[in-house]
Design a protein around this ligand. Structure first.
Ligand code: UDX
Ligand code: ADP
Length: 479
């Protein structure tokens, strides 16, 4: 086990009364809302440099859609939960500061396409060093490469005010769509650090509602690495079952039956074996690429290659889905209307980061399909922005041809019915519950014939779609 030295020696730590969280995003917002709800004795201030986002957190329409979140924000907001842009004073007055900013994959310079961009983390550390006095506990909440705390500590120890710091790693394991449930009843809370007193202070915060036996403590580096590893293992399961889905389609096995059969083995377990059009979200791909980069950096190319395959398999699954659509639609989708059901990376969220839908739509657009997109929570602006970004492909400007393609071939509509009218095919890309409840005979009548359904989530599999007249294809089985 590695021993690490504190940024400065920590003085006596009193119970936490004031928390500041830097970053009001998908992690910072819900996590702090839960802490404020469960700890009425602690004042929680969530700060962000994005004034629009803060205004949304202070409004009736929160910036993120998450079942149950509205209620817990309303319960504490204005009492002991505050959203503000006043970063400096919130840091200065806090006993404990959570860093919960984004760490996207670098798209420039050394490590481009793999390493995490730690610019925002570093800026936070510098800001904390600048405005702090006395003693602070700094908590890394964002997912970070292992050994980031070393850099954070080095920056903090440059504080000219004589402030002292303890640095803890407390990665967040919540999944979007179930964030409130995950925060309310986590499988575990992981706290890594070097100072018993600082660890104890954070343990006491969570102990307001999480049973003590679920509060795990480790050294800093184990905690940082566990978060990357957990996401890598989860993504690996999805890629593993997706790889088998391709074999199922070739052999007439059924991937859901295979998943059920292997999942009943208690050593394997049933979760994260749902074959799909591919995993998305802000974490899986980013964290695996980061793991790959770290392995290469530490001279472990075989380990890097092993994990990179998880991402490659995911890309293959998305490509395979589009190829199957094109092949089935008589080898051309040019000028054909395709209804896209769902754009979020999973149900019950409005988040589209790395959503499989972005890549499926891009590839269908390159085939000159006409897309009519419906998602119950994602805005038209977000969908257009995502398509512009993916077609821009790293270039500063969107080419004229790409801009025209989006303008002429993409419409965002407000119902599945509108998306399907005169369409040649439906592509289900997000597993929203409402998709199983639509009037399929009416949808069928409104479509071109033959009317195809490509179910990228296997959510319509149990419905008698063939009886209604549809040609139905899902992932990992043949009918
Ligand atoms: C993930 C981790 O689960 C969470 O612990 C971590 O804190 C952040 O990253 P999230 O990305 O929000 O959470 O959602 P998750 O439920 O893990 O789903 C990720 C992607 O995998 C989604 O696109 C989902 O549709 C897909 N998936 C998941 C499958 O395709 N099949 C499955 O069986 C499970
Ligand atoms: P996550 O999913 O990890 O929560 P998000 O992108 O949803 O990521 O949220 C991260 C938030 O952090 C954004 O709202 C962004 O504006 C904010 N942020 C980034 N850098 C800083 C900073 N230096 N100070 C304050 N907020 C920041």
């Amino acid at each position: 086990m590695t021993t690490v030295s504190p940024a400065h020696a920590s003085p006596t730590i009193t119970p936490i009364r004031k928390i500041c969280c830097i970053g009001a995003g998908y992690v910072g917002g819900p996590t702090m809302a839960m802490i404020a709800k469960q700890c009425p004795d602690i004042e929680v201030r969530v700060v962000d440099i994005n004034a629009t986002r803060i205004a949304q957190w202070n409004s009736d329409t929160l910036p993120i859609y998450e079942p149950g979140l509205h209620e817990i924000v309303m319960e504490s907001r204005g009492r002991n939960l505050h959203f503000t842009c006043e970063v400096d004073s919130a840091i200065a007055e806090a006993d404990m500061i959570f860093i919960s900013v984004n760490t996207p994959t670098k798209d420039f310079g050394v490590g481009a396409g793999r390493a995490a961009n730690l610019e925002f983390i570093e800026k936070c550390a510098r800001k904390i060093a600048d405005v702090s006095t006395g003693h602070k506990i700094v908590v890394e909440k964002s997912t970070l490469p292992v050994r980031t705390a070393e850099a954070v500590k080095a920056i903090l120890s440059g504080s000219s005010s004589g402030a002292t710091f303890d640095v803890l790693s407390n990665p967040e394991f919540l999944a979007e769509g179930t964030a409130v449930e995950d925060l309310l009843s986590p499988d575990r809370v992981l706290i890594g650090g070097e100072s018993e007193a600082a660890i104890g202070a954070l343990v006491d915060v969570y102990a307001h509602w999480v049973p003590r036996e679920r509060l795990l403590t480790t050294n800093l580096w184990s905690s940082e690495l566990s978060k990357l590893t957990a996401n890598a293992f989860l993504a690996q399961r999805v890629s593993s079952i997706n790889s088998i889905s391709a074999l199922c389609e070739a052999t007439e096995a059924d991937v859901d039956e295979v998943a059920m059969a292997i999942g009943t083995d208690s050593r394997i377990g049933p979760k994260f074996l749902k074959s799909s059009v591919g995993f998305g979200g802000s974490c899986f791909q980013k964290d695996i690429l980061n793991l790959v980069y770290l392995c290469e950096y530490f001279g472990l190319p075989e380990v890097a290659e092993y994990w990179e395959q998880v991402v490659k398999m995911n890309d293959y699954q998305k490509r395979r889905f589009v190829n199957r659509i094109v092949r089935t639609l008589f080898n051309t989708v040019s000028d054909k209307k395709i209804a896209i059901w769902g754009f979020a990376f999973k149900k019950d969220t409005n988040d589209t980061r790395e959503s499989a839908a972005i890549y499926v739509c891009r590839d269908l657009l390159r085939e000159k399909a006409k897309l009519s997109i419906y998602d119950p929570q994602v805005t038209a602006d977000q969908i257009k922005k995502d398509l512009q970004d993916v077609l821009r492909n790293g270039d500063a400007e969107l080419s004229e041809a790409s801009a025209r393609l989006i303008a002429e071939n993409v419409e965002v509509v407000d119902s599945v019915e509108a998306a399907c009218c005169n369409a040649h095919a439906i592509a289900v890309l997000t597993e929203w519950d409402e998709f199983g409840k639509v009037d399929f005979p009416a949808i069928y009548r409104s479509m071109q014939k033959p009317a195809f359904v490509f179910d990228g989530r296997n959510v319509l599999k149990s419905l008698p779609l063939d009886e209604y007249g549809f040609v139905y294809q899902g992932i990992g089985f043949r009918r």
